[in-house]
Design a protein around this ligand. Structure first.
Ligand code: NAP
Length: 316
């Protein structure tokens, strides 16, 4: 089944539930219209779909915004195994949801079952779903989470001509897309498995230059922005061995890892007086767009919200 025919297909059981004169539910628009008729008085709710339903900070973040903005709405975690994901997504609005966040292992399937925007397509994974004109749309909010966090923590970071990105997994794709979209001239990309960096460079075009891991030291003096997208530095993982003393004195250092909040890389960069952007900031900023799409108001990443999530992370 192709992506578009999968999108058009609706569950057979749903068709048998309703008889005319209800709107047709063999189209996404008909299904959305019908759902609107039956759920007009219900407050809007969104969910996080994952398997297993890991302990996530998303409910904490969205409940904070619902409360402080005075919006009546909900956000819950839904544990959905891979073989039930397609059915769950097709019935998302019938279940009373205006949209969803999607996490491991469903992000690629979410892309295939929805109408993705340019960001989701480039990253190859969708983490946010919402309805527009009855159609299930998707995006990848890690891109703006990363960029907006940099803008908030280190305004002017984009004056740099050379960025150095470490890692070539899912998070690296979002970072590369964001940096290219923002107009960074050269993005040097290093990964432990060098072939993966080469493959990403081929895909993202001429501004992404693969570089050998062992050549990192030579590149550091030119890097106006250093981004760690590997899991090095995370609790239980080895630290990232890198001499931040070789970076230019106006360099910005960003680490996507947020457990611990202050990774050895960020701590060394701060000690050297460099500007930094941490993984928790990115996590908070990436949640903004979903909330706006589902509940109609653009929320702010406040220091109070950050303190609430930090306290929760510190419980672990
Ligand atoms: P992923 O797809 O599994 O990629 C992991 C990357 O880390 C790969 O490039 C891998 O290199 C590299 N790596 C793993 N162990 C390594 C080691 N011992 N030495 C060198 N490189 C190593 O994971 P992901 O989804 O991209 O996530 C990466 C990190 O970003 C995670 O810590 C995640 O929590 C974080 N993240 C944070 C946010 C946020 O909002 N703050 C969002 C997304 C991700 P190989 O290719 O050689 O295996």
């Amino acid at each position: 089944m192709t992506g578009s025919s999968m999108r058009a297909a609706l569950p057979k059981q749903a068709v048998s539930i309703f008889a005319p004169p209800h709107p047709s539910i063999d189209t996404a628009a008909g299904l959305a219209e019908l759902t609107a008729m039956t759920s007009g008085t219900r407050p809007p709710a969104a969910c996080l779909i994952g398997w297993p339903a890991a302990h996530s900070r998303s409910p904490l973040i969205h409940h904070y915004w619902l409360r402080t903005l005075g919006i009546e709405g909900g956000y819950v975690i839904e544990a959905v195994p891979p073989d039930e994901f397609q059915d769950f997504v097709f019935r998302l609005s019938l279940r009373g949801f205006v949209g969803a966040n999607v996490t491991i292992p469903h992000k690629e399937q979410a892309l295939a079952l929805s109408k993705p925007d340019e960001r989701a397509r480039a990253v190859g994974a969708a983490n946010t779903l919402w309805y527009q004109d009855g159609e299930l749309c998707s995006t990848n909010t890690d891109v703006e989470g990363f960029i907006n966090n940099l803008d908030a923590c280190a305004p002017g970071w984009d004056k740099c001509e050379d960025a150095l990105v470490l890692g070539a997994g899912g998070a690296a794709r979002a970072v590369l897309f964001g940096l290219i979209e923002r107009g960074v001239k050269r993005v040097h990309l290093a990964n432990r498995t060098e072939a993966r960096a080469g493959a990403l460079a081929d895909q993202f075009g001429a501004s992404v230059l693969p570089v050998a891991w062992k050549a990192l030291d030579e590149l550091l003096p030119r890097a106006g922005l250093l981004v760690n997208t590997t899991s090095l530095g995370m609790h239980g993982q080895p630290a990232l061995e890198l001499d931040v003393g070789r970076l230019p004195s106006n360099a910005v250092v960003s680490d996507l890892v947020y457990v611990p909040l202050e990774t050895p890389l960020l701590s060394a960069a701060r000690e050297r007086g460099l500007q930094t952007a941490d993984g928790l900031g990115m996590l908070l900023h990436q949640a903004v767009r979903g909330f706006e799409l589902w509940f109609g108001k653009r929320p702010q990443v406040t220091s109070e919200l950050r303190a609430i999530v930090e306290a929760d992370l510190n419980k672990v």
